[in-house]
Design a protein around this ligand. Structure first.
Ligand SMILES: Cc1cc2nc3c(=O)[nH]c(=O)nc-3n(C[C@H](O)[C@H](O)[C@H](O)COP(=O)(O)OP(=O)(O)OC[C@H]3O[C@@H](n4cnc5c(N)ncnc54)[C@H](O)[C@@H]3O)c2cc1C
Length: 519
């Protein structure tokens, strides 16, 4: 008799969601996490005493409300703080554009650059609301094949929507809406986050859609902080899972999936312990799962080829810092200002963003990088010692393989370049920085196991979403090996702290596991 109904390999937030739903349905579940902490890319660590740093992911909003509610995460410490403004973009001439939660307030900001764009903005918001009406119900469900998805768009605008969302670049898409470059860049950064793509790359309009699925406090298309840090989300998930009887072991890596008659029947840990279960769910990406955890002959050659071609290109690094005080921005003097409580985007024009990508095409870290910067301590004092602050920056473009150097050699230069770039907009930054760290794509790959350092366990471009994810024919969370399932962001609906892949993976298992009621 197997000891467990299900073993989950990896305690990333999706592994925890899967485990919690399985436990809630009555299954006996074991989670094995290689690191000393659960959460994967959703962790908060303390590299310097008293400073709580979101080492990897840093902004909340994508976690599906249904999961928050069903797993009662509020009872286990989950709490969010809405950004307002959502973003602040400073420009070199001392002007800036903030996007607020209030539409009219945002219109007034946009009108500083274009009255025409300000007038169209409510329609732009409505456009995304209509898209979300369609997409939201598809997130916590098996992915529909793309032709069927296209068929679900009804009415005369259906074909137009397909053209816009799946075929256009963010550059062309935003060109069709707005005239002002300042307005376009304020929206464009969300279209390239985490992707080895520039705003001119076809398909990036969809990436923009993916980053619009955020919902917090009942408001759509918004971002915020997880109070206490992103790790609090994972701790809440672990709390809920344990409440449902799930056993979680940290510091235990898995080196292989045990097979019997071609079926997954358990795992072998890095220490050589064999543990048996009825099914195994992998929180790891498709490459780690099907190319490393099982022997080559367990997966048909043509499927191995498909797995190999699944794109997992790293494109970003993190620059995290402990600060004496908040930096002062030339475009918005004073501290703290409202802009310190949301996202600050260092990407002052569409061309700046595309040029930043140009460097990466040839294996170079951007000469003038794009930074998405947050100071969570300005809204959440639990993140730093009294009077002090933390800064976290998501920085692009940082290719996984550098031309002519390595990440261990290049990290100090990358850090200095981040500081130089910030200093162009906030001249006192170097005076405020007390400690800093660079988390390179190599660190992301080695620490979390994300192939190529890709932050989403696989690009989320239109050819790798819905029924294409992670491989055509195997998008139902099942794998070619009976009893082995995907439950990580390599599967639908993809990357981000959404919980969706964990939810979907657990429900596929519950459908297949006789004797365990469905959740
Ligand atoms: C730098 C960075 C910034 C990001 N920013 C954001 C953001 O701000 N907001 C957002 O919503 N999303 C963000 N993302 C994306 C998001 O964090 C990820 O898509 C998501 O957290 C992935 O969750 P997961 O559970 O699917 O996988 P992971 O978090 O990758 O979890 C996999 C787990 O498996 C463990 N593991 C690996 N190998 C083994 C093994 N052999 N045995 C046992 N355990 C193993 C790992 O340690 C890890 O805990 C970011 C990601 C990164 C890397």
């Amino acid at each position: 008799m197997p000891t467990y109904d299900a073993i989950v390999i990896g305690g990333g937030h999706n592994g925890l969601v899967a485990a919690a739903y399985l436990g809630r349905a009555g299954a006996k579940v074991l989670v094995l996490e290689r690191r000393p902490v659960v959460g994967g890319a959703a962790v908060t660590e303390e590299p310097w005493p008293g400073y709580r740093i979101n080492t990897f992911s840093y902004v909340a909003g994508l976690l599906r409300p249904q999961i928050v509610q069903e797993l009662e995460l509020g009872q286990y410490g989950y709490e969010t703080i809405l950004y307002d403004p959502q973003s602040f973009v400073p420009f070199p001439n001392g002007t800036s554009l903030s996007l607020w939660n209030d539409t009219e307030k945002t219109q007034r900001e946009i009108a500083k650059f274009s009255k025409k764009d300000a007038a169209i903005y409510p329609k732009y918001e409505e456009y995304w609301d209509n898209v979300l009406d369609l997409v939201e119900p598809l997130l916590l469900a098996p992915p529909v094949p793309l032709p069927e998805l296209v068929g679900m768009f009804e009415g005369p605008q259906a074909e137009e929507l397909v053209r816009e969302l799946f075929l256009l670049s963010a550059w062309d898409f935003l060109d069709e809406w707005f005239e002002s470059d300042e307005v376009k860049i304020s929206f464009a950064t969300n279209a390239v986050i985490g992707e080895m793509c520039g705003p001119k790359t076809p398909g990036t309009a969809y990436v923009l859609a993916h980053h619009n699925i955020g919902i917090l406090d009942g408001q759509r298309k918004v971002w915020g902080f997880s109070k206490g840090g992103m790790g609090r989300i994972s701790e809440a998930l672990a709390g809920s899972a344990r409440h449902h009887g799930v056993e979680i072991r940290t510091g235990v890596g898995v080196r292989k999936v045990l097979l019997q008659g071609g079926r997954a029947v358990g795992v072998e840990t890095s220490a050589g312990e064999q543990i048996h279960s009825r099914v195994v769910a992998s929180n790891l990406d498709v490459k780690r799962t099907l190319l490393e955890l099982v022997p080559p002959d367990a997966v048909p050659a043509e499927i191995r080829q498909q797995v190999q071609r699944f794109r997992t290109r790293g494109a970003a690094l993190k620059f995290n810092a402990a600060l004496h005080d908040l930096p002062e921005f030339t475009a918005a003097p004073g501290r703290p200002g409202p802009h310190h409580k949301g996202a600050i985007e260092i990407a002052p024009s569409m061309e700046y963003l595309e040029k930043a990508f140009d460097d990466a095409k040839y294996g170079r870290f951007s000469t003038h990088p794009f930074l998405d910067m947050e100071f969570q301590s300005a809204s959440d004092p639990t993140m730093a010692p009294p009077g002090k602050h933390v800064m976290t920056c998501f920085v692009m473009y940082a290719p996984r393989e550098l031309a002519g150097t390595t990440w261990s050699e290049f990290k100090p230069t990358a850090g200095e370049r981040c500081l130089d770039t910030i200093a162009e907009f906030a001249p006192d930054i170097r005076r405020q920085v007390h400690h800093w760290q660079v988390v390179s794509p190599e660190d992301i790959e080695n620490t979390l196991g994300m192939s190529g350092g890709n932050i989403f366990q696989g690009d989320i471009t239109p050819d790798q979403i819905f029924s294409f994810r992670p491989i055509l024919g195997w998008s139902s969370f099942r794998t070619p090996i009976p009893g082995l399932y995907f439950c990580g962001s390599t599967a639908h609906p993809g990357g981000g702290v959404t919980g969706g892949p964990g939810y979907n993976g657990a429900h596929a298992i519950l459908e297949d596991l006789p004797g365990i009621p469905k959740g």
